[in-house]
Design a protein around this ligand. Structure first.
Ligand SMILES: Nc1ncnc2c1ncn2[C@@H]1O[C@H](COP(=O)(O)OP(=O)(O)O)[C@@H](O)[C@H]1O
Ligand SMILES: [Mg+2]
Length: 238
């Protein structure tokens, strides 16, 4: 038997047991779904758990995002993101999205300054919220696939484990549509709102995880005191 891959546990209740203990270390995992499916919440939980449970510093990178609102929303689950930032264990950045004509936004964002900040702050986990927005303003050379590769190469060089958030417009029972991101990333987690009778329920499915034997079931997701939870033993049937 080959030795098992080194893991970065998400620390999210129910999730790690679906993926052999966590994301493969140094992997880039796409978290995809329509608005309100709790992508940002899951990603922040991954960062905060990294800091509090595994002593790994984190970076939340959200171009155009209102950081105060993000911190306030996540704060309601009982976490003080301000304190973690003051302690130098969490960095939250929201670069502006005023892209000039012809500018290559990938190059602008992922520069040497950011690299230095990541290395100096000993960041081991990164969340990019969202890759969809960044790709809208990326350079044309090599197309969308090459641009995703550039971002992933940058992250892998830094030796971090990352979540890339993708914003989908179509959810529900439709076939999943694939762009280019999906082919390049190491893992894909699909978050959905599924209608069951009169209500919508939150759900997650692991569609891909490099070097990992994983569940393909649709598992319920709940937002509770303490944060996001995956109900790994339950399944949603449509
Ligand atoms: N304190 C809370 N308790 C339970 N659910 C919440 C709380 N705050 C926000 N939510 C739910 O979380 C959703 C937003 O989650 P978010 O992670 O921002 O989604 P996404 O990033 O996929 O758009 C809201 O639409 C709301 O339904
Ligand atoms: Mg979000």
């Amino acid at each position: 038997m080959c030795p098992a891959m080194e893991r970065a546990p998400t620390g999210i209740q129910g999730l790690d047991e679906l993926i052999e203990g966590g994301f493969p270390r140094n992997a880039s995992v796409l978290v995809t779904g329509t608005p309100g499916t709790a992508k940002t919440t899951l990603a922040l939980q991954f960062l905060v758990n990294g800091i509090l449970k595994h002593n790994e510093n984190g970076l939340y990178f959200g171009p155009g995002v209102y950081l105060n609102e993000v911190a306030a929303q996540f704060g309601r689950y009982g976490y003080d993101l301000k304190k973690l930032q003051d302690e130098g264990r969490l960095i939250m950045l929201a670069p502006k999205v005023k892209v000039e004509e012809g500018e290559d936004y990938v190059k602008t964002l992922f520069d040497e300054n950011l690299k230095k900040k990541i290395v100096d702050s000993n960041v081991k986990r990164i969340v990019i919220d969202s890759i969809t927005l960044i790709l809208m303003f990326a350079g044309e050379f090599g197309g969308r696939r090459r641009n995703v590769e550039r971002i992933i190469e940058y992250l892998k060089d830094l030796g971090v484990t990352s979540i890339l958030i993708q914003e989908k417009h179509v959810g529900g029972k439709e076939e999943i549509e694939y762009g280019m991101e999906e082919f390049v990333v190491d893992g894909i987690m699909y978050m959905q709102l599924i209608r069951i009778g009169n209500i919508f329920r939150r759900a997650i499915t692991i569609l891909k995880m490099k070097g990992t034997k994983h569940s393909m079931d649709i598992h319920p997701v709940m937002l509770e005191e303490g944060g996001i939870k995956v109900y790994s033993r339950d399944r949603i049937y449509q």
